[in-house]
Design a protein. Structure first.
Length: 631
């Protein structure tokens, strides 16, 4: 943490709010002389802060017989084994807001389940909240103080509040109180303030509820100052003690500088099952289970790599030995090049500049009438110029795709580029095609009319080259190998024992076949002039079907694969919509030789193939990460 002093207040900058809370728990463990239970690696609170806490509330903590259980993600952070009571810790960097446990921040579906109520939409929830304010606030109050003792560190005020429940009494607001809101149903967009109408005879802001429009999240925060005033006046049946720190502390979250590695170096195309929004969840799950960050993992194999975003996140996180694999050729290509090893960047930049210059000269579709396009497969079969009139690309962009694809092939045949540089150029072309494709999201069908983005000119984006991971890091070369095989075929010659971690993200459900939904990219990648069928031009012969998509075969395929892998750790991304259930998957991992099997869960909004699709398609699902290790 970074330290500064202004007007007598000591200021610190930390990574995030979670870090401060965890470090406070660690400090309390140190004071009480008990074990701090977490696999995550954290430093300590600054010495002046920890000493201040020790001098102020340390004697109280030492009288307890604490056991830290914050790592279990339950409603409490500590147990006091002297009287079998529960203890919750809350930290406030600045301001006065505290979040109730369990229901303070969750999705609409999750909140419905936890309160055994049914809200189909945000508007239904809003109406219910306004009509049942007292009951909803009672729910939030009970969850906020669900433990026997709640300790709140309000650092900017220099106070520690220790709030106690009174025996086994249910926590209640006084019947004398009434509540109003700043917004009614018509004016309530996202934020709504709840006002308390009887406290010093002036309305007070008791809390705030936020319903985010851009993500499925309902957030509620209490005003701790008002809650304490209500306790003082007997409006809430709680009691509390106040301990004054020697100093006031101002904590704030540091602003992350934006550099080329703060996000993926190239936005992946819309992809079924993409883990782009789940990278932090995957990273945290791996860290929690192994006790290691990516840089401490000796080798990582992503054996269903898709577009490769997980493998890249692991690589940029510091792991120097990476393997990617995918049965689809286009996925193999785009996931196989994330670092500069065996790539002459300056040479490839010159090639891209030359290709883009060539593309810029192709400006008029009338010019195509003077060109023999017989060998231009994309132009003939995926544009309106072909006999089947498929509108995946404009005729101009289809022609440009063929020009670049043939140029890339010729460079490779003439040894103008090596294997790695060849795949890098193909990757750039596939991204360029995806950015101007006339589809809703996947290539299962094309749109009847060209959308605006499809009318843009196809261009190779050279920026990718500037953001590839350097080929040498910490005096070690980055080794990234890639394969284009089925998992079973891969395991026939490699048990993956040289990789400490194997990560597997197989297809989830039967009706989402990658070979059909991305057939245009597969053909451009292979450029094998396949026989096509039907109105949408699917590849007639498909050799990349996965048994993981089959209700009949998925379980046995998992059984075969899991029994052959010999890495130290195994991680499987799966979903609550998947063919194999959570319970059967955990049982399967155990029976195939994996021990300490666990499942991490996270709610998220599933892939939508059409932004205009009905509400049913955009529902929340639960992402599972199954974990196991070899003895």
């Amino acid at each position: 943490m970074k330290r500064s002093v202004l007007n007598g207040m000591i200021k610190y900058t930390c990574k995030n709010t979670e870090q401060l809370g965890i470090l406070v728990e660690k400090t309390m463990c140190d004071i009480a002389g008990v074990q701090f239970n977490t696999k995550r690696k954290y430093d300590r609170l600054p010495e002046d802060v920890s000493d201040d806490i020790s001098d102020t509330i340390g004697p109280v903590l030492k009288r307890m017989k604490l056991q830290h259980i914050g790592n279990l993600n339950t409603e409490c952070d500590f147990l006091d084994t002297s009287n079998n009571s529960k203890l919750s810790i809350k930290t406030i960097m600045s301001g006065n807001k505290i979040c109730p446990q369990n229901i303070g921040q969750c999705s609409l579906v999750s909140l419905s389940k936890k309160l055994s109520l049914e809200w189909s939409t945000r508007d239904v929830f809003k109406r219910y909240f306004l009509e049942n304010k007292n009951q909803m606030l009672q729910n939030y109050l009970e969850n906020c103080f669900c433990c026997d003792t709640t300790i709140i560190y309000k650092f900017d005020k220099g106070c520690v509040y220790v709030i106690h429940r009174k025996g086994g009494e249910r926590i209640m607001f006084s019947d004398e109180l009434s509540f109003t809101t700043s917004k009614d149903l018509e004016t309530w967009n996202e934020s709504n303030t709840i006002r308390l109408n009887k406290l010093d005879d002036k309305p007070k802001s008791l809390g705030e509820i936020q319903i985010h429009n851009n993500r499925d999240c309902i957030k509620f925060r209490f005003n701790i100052d008002v809650l304490l005033s209500m306790i003082d006046k007997g409006y809430i049946n709680l009691s509390y003690d106040v301990y004054n720190l020697k100093t006031k502390y101002k904590f704030k979250v540091e602003k992350k500088s934006v550099d080329k590695m703060t996000k993926l170096c190239f936005q992946s195309f819309n992809y079924i099952g993409s883990k782009m929004k789940l990278l932090d969840f995957i990273k945290q799950s791996v860290s929690d289970y192994t006790g290691k960050s990516y840089k401490d993992i000796s080798g990582f194999a992503d054996i269903c790599s898709g577009t490769g975003v997980v493998a890249f996140d692991v690589m940029r996180g510091g792991c120097n030995t990476i393997m990617t694999n995918d049965i689809q050729h286009y996925a193999y290509v785009v996931s196989s090049v994330w670092c500069k090893t065996n790539v002459d960047v300056d040479k490839v930049k010159r090639i891209i500049d030359d290709m883009n210059t060539r593309l810029s000269t192709i400006t008029d579709e009338s010019e195509l009438e003077m060109v023999n396009t017989e060998d231009f497969f994309v132009y003939k079969h995926y544009t309106e110029a072909g006999p089947d009139g498929r509108l995946y690309l404009t005729s101009l962009n289809g022609y440009k795709t063929d020009v670049i694809r043939q140029n890339i092939e010729e460079l490779y045949r003439s040894k103008g580029v090596n294997e790695k540089e060849y795949r890098l150029l193909l990757k750039l072309l596939l991204y360029a095609v995806a950015s101007v494709s006339n589809i809703a999201s996947v290539y299962g069908a094309y749109l009847k009319n060209y959308k605006k983005v499809a009318l843009k000119n196809l261009v190779l984006n050279v920026d990718l080259l500037n953001n590839l991971v350097d080929n040498v890091r910490d005096n070690r070369s980055i080794e990234h190998t890639s394969n284009n095989k089925s998992i079973v075929e891969l395991l026939e010659t490699d048990d993956l024992s040289k990789y400490e971690v194997v990560y597997m993200d197989p297809p989830y459900v039967a009706n989402r076949s990658y070979h059909d939904n991305y057939h245009v990219l597969e053909t451009i990648s292979r450029y094998d002039n396949p026989k096509l069928k039907g109105k949408t031009g699917l590849r007639d012969v498909v050799d990349t079907k996965s048994k993981f998509c089959s209700k009949r075969d998925a379980f046995e395929e998992f059984k075969l694969v899991l029994s052959k892998i010999r890495s130290k750790y195994m991680f499987i991304s799966y979903s609550s919509e998947s063919i194999v259930s959570k319970e059967r998957m955990m049982e399967l991992m155990t029976t195939t030789g994996w021990s300490d099997v666990k499942c991490y869960e996270k709610e998220y909004q599933r892939f939508k193939s059409n932004k205009n699709s009905d509400e049913k398609q955009s529902k929340l699902v639960v992402e599972y990460i199954f974990c196991g290790k070899r003895n």
